[in-house]
Design a protein around this ligand. Structure first.
Ligand code: DP6
Length: 367
């Protein structure tokens, strides 16, 4: 990953390219609400788990050449206008202005050339786009990571690249690191300290398991960006959450992760997901990201935990109905059995409404 490839355009001009893959992340302490829309500065810090890139990831190829006439972007094989996307432009500009020289296959490109040549980007997700599975997180993280490789950009300060990925989508800044990642909200008005940082590596908690139950892979009605704007404008609970709840929860969550304390980790994860969705309900007009199937998943997890007298599994939902479930390896089989019992694979199951079969239970290990 990361090596610069050299090829040629039909008229012999060099094309330098890089292909990279970046996983998505699932927040266990949620980011919801911005204090600065343009710089994507959050109202609170957040914390996520990065998934295995083999399961839920974006793969992006970026290429640069004097033969290209304009910047272009393809998402999942479809060309998308880059001039309509301020976020893509912001990321491109930020990496481009830090370009250094590169060399590949005996060809060189100077800093000046890299800053003036046009760029082509082709990105693909191996999971439903905009169905609440943080596809923008993986996509922008991958764009920034691969562009930085292509243009020879290295970080002056740790986290610099995550600050650029943040300009694409807030949650993207956390996808540049594996394991458990904190996004510090930061204080500075230019956002240079609003960066992601790894709190524990992927090897830290080997028996933690993540299961993604795809309840619905349709595009969601309210994007995270629009939803959080609405919440910032109208939800009194949001500010309370950002100021009075999340700071303590961040500390408690980091402590739980450090101690590999699944009871504390699970309790905090579920509480934070529920408060995030309560904030959505507290928004006017209210936003509903979860559906009946999501609530059924909550019910079966809560019931199992109550029966066991301890937390066996923990759920979290982002801006969509799909459930992300955490458990320990010892309980993985039992969790899968419970899900399949409640959501049996069947042709008559309304498609997209229920977890369809084991195949849709994308299992991801922490990476
Ligand atoms: C519910 O990062 O998608 O997944 O910054 O506007 O692009 P923008 O929003 P985005 O929001 C993610 C919200 C969330 C919680 C989280 O990932 O922390």
């Amino acid at each position: 990953m990361g090596a610069i490839q050299l090829s040629q355009s039909p008229d012999g001009a060099p094309i330098f390219s890089v292909t990279a893959r970046t996983p998505t992340n699932i927040a266990v302490i949620k980011y919801w609400g911005k204090r600065d829309e343009a710089l994507i500065l959050p109202l609170n810090s957040s914390l996520s788990v990065t998934l295995d890139p083999n399961d839920l990831a974006a793969t992006t190829t970026v290429a640069i050449s004097p033969a290209f006439e304009e910047d272009k972007l393809w998402l999942n094989g479809k060309e998308v206008s880059i001039s309509d996307s301020v976020r893509y432009q912001n990321c491109l500009r930020a990496v481009r202005e830090r370009a250094q020289g590169i060399e590949a296959g005996g060809e060189k490109a100077s800093q000046e050339q890299l800053r003036s040549w046009r760029i082509h980007v082709a990105s693909r997700n191996n999971f439903p786009t905009a169905a609440g599975l943080a596809s923008s997180a993986a996509g922008f993280a991958c764009l920034v990571f691969s562009l930085a490789q292509l243009l020879g950009v290295t970080e002056e300060r740790p986290g610099d690249l995550s600050a650029i990925a943040r300009l694409g989508s807030g949650s993207a800044c956390r996808s540049l690191y594996g394991g458990f990642v904190r996004w510090n909200m930061g204080q500075a008005s230019d956002g240079h300290d609003s960066i992601a940082e790894q709190v524990a590596g992927e090897e830290h908690w080997p028996d933690l398991r993540v299961l993604v139950a795809v309840v619905n892979d349709r595009q969601k009605d309210t994007s995270s960006t629009a939803g959080m704007q609405q919440s910032v404008r109208t939800s009194p609970l949001l500010l309370h959450r950002a100021k009075a709840v999340v700071p303590e929860r961040m500390v408690a969550m980091e402590r739980a992760i450090a101690a590999r304390d699944f009871q504390a980790f699970g309790a905090l994860t579920m509480a934070d997901s529920n408060q995030f969705h309560a904030t959505c309900l507290d928004t006017s007009p209210p936003i509903f990201y979860m559906n009946d199937a999501s609530r059924q998943v909550i019910g079966l997890v809560e019931q199992w935990n109550a029966q066991a007298g301890e937390i066996k599994a923990a759920y979290t939902f982002d801006a969509g109905p799909n459930a992300v479930l955490f458990c320990l390896e010892a309980d993985r089989g039992a969790l899968l059995r419970r899900l399949l019992y409640h959501f049996p694979p069947s042709d008559s199951t309304p498609l997209n409404e229920y977890v369809e079969s084991a195949e849709l239970l994308k299992e991801a290990s922490v990476s």
